[in-house]
Design a protein around this ligand. Structure first.
Ligand SMILES: Nc1ncnc2c1ncn2[C@@H]1O[C@H](COP(=O)(O)OP(=O)(O)O)[C@@H](O)[C@H]1O
Ligand SMILES: [Mg+2]
Length: 335
């Protein structure tokens, strides 16, 4: 099958690169893993990278005439909140593409609206307050400690241990920081202490749950600081220093597991997610399950959480990527 892999590049000037050569040279970009698996699976693959030039991306798609676009877009010009726009272009141009719709990408990225919808559907989420100006009213109905985050980012951009605040002054400072540094509203959520668990999902009408991943913070003594900050996710030295690991989940009580699975299915459908997703939870000491966040189009590079979980359920990386392709195709055929 003719499959175009569409993805954002970190800088201008990569649009004309011969990505196949870079794959052979083992230059690392997660999209190359996907493209490599598709090629191994026998597809005719064309890599289309873009930074700011969407016209060229569309031209290249038109030339190649793919039967499916594998949408690996994570941002536009480095801005994660514009990933929906690329899906919207694919949608408007009538391409079949993998992963969630523009609407779902936009909705899931909005950390306030998505929680309101989940709450309506009976899923427990942290209570929160949104601040779009530096003039801080005391939060109503939620107690410190709070965690202050940017409204529309992902990958823990803007999240560090300083995001956890214990009083009004701290809240004010961190809110102002988010406004200044990231130019968007801040959301302050009640801090849910507990285990952090990720549930991968593949499918549409029928959704398969992958084995649960847990992120452990064994060497961080203070429970309120056991959070997946930017450094905790991406800085290997930092992870080593603090004993931060992503592992298959330690033992989970049957009730908690059942509640996580129920909440994951509700979130998948309520937010209109498609093909694959990862739902993130916190489980408190007294076994309360909180849904922290739903991630459409999560990270699917080789050796990362989703791929590892798929592998444990019997899908090696090639099968896993092919499964996403077949879920997308089935969805279009059913429509
Ligand atoms: N309400 C919360 N209570 C406890 N920890 C939280 C809360 N919100 C976020 N965190 C921590 O911060 C991490 C990143 O937050 P998240 O909302 O998922 O942002 P992103 O979209 O950048 O991944 C979470 O994985 C978790 O460790
Ligand atoms: Mg997250």
């Amino acid at each position: 099958m003719k499959i175009a892999v569409v993805f954002d590049t970190p800088a201008r000037g990569w649009e004309d690169a011969d990505f196949k050569q870079e794959i052979a040279a083992e230059v690392y970009e997660p999209e190359y893993d996907v493209a490599d698996a598709l090629m191994e699976n026998g597809h005719d693959v064309f890599l289309i990278g873009f930074h700011d030039n969407l016209r060229r991306m569309l031209d290249r798609l038109e030339e190649f005439e793919p039967e499916l676009v594998f949408n690996c877009t994570e941002s536009f010009m480095g801005r994660a909140r514009y990933d929906y726009g690329v899906a919207a272009l694919l949608e408007m141009k009538g391409y079949r593409y993998t992963g969630s719709s523009p609407e779902a990408l936009l909705l899931a990225r909005d950390k306030a609206t998505s929680k309101k919808i989940l709450s309506y559907h009976g899923v427990r989420v942290p209570r929160f307050q949104v601040y779009d100006s530096d003039r801080i009213e005391p939060p109503s109905g939620i107690a410190f400690p709070l965690i202050v985050k940017p409204m529309h980012e992902d990958a823990s951009v803007g999240i560090s241990q300083a995001s956890v605040v214990t009083d009004l002054d701290g809240l004010g400072e961190r809110v102002a920081f988010i406004h200044r540094a990231l130019n968007q509203p801040a959301i302050a959520e009640e801090l849910i202490e507990g285990r952090e668990l990720y549930l991968g999902m593949i499918g549409n009408h029928k959704v398969q749950l992958l084995p649960t991943i847990e992120i452990t913070f064994d060497r961080i003594e203070e429970p309120s600081l056991r959070i997946a900050t930017y450094s905790a996710k991406w800085d290997l030295d930092y992870r080593q220093r603090w004993g931060i690991k992503n592992i298959f989940a330690r033992r989970l009580g049957a009730e908690a597991r059942k509640e996580m699975e129920r909440a994951a299915h509700i979130a998948f459908h309520a937010l209109g997610l498609r093909d694959y997703a990862r739902i993130d939870f916190r489980l408190t000491r007294d076994q309360k399950v909180y849904l922290l966040e739903a991630n459409p189009n999560p990270f699917i590079a080789f050796g990362e959480d989703m791929a590892n979980a798929a592998e444990r359920s019997g899908l090696d990386y090639y099968d896993f990527i092919e499964r996403i392709v077949s879920e997308a195709l089935k969805r279009y055929e059913a429509a």
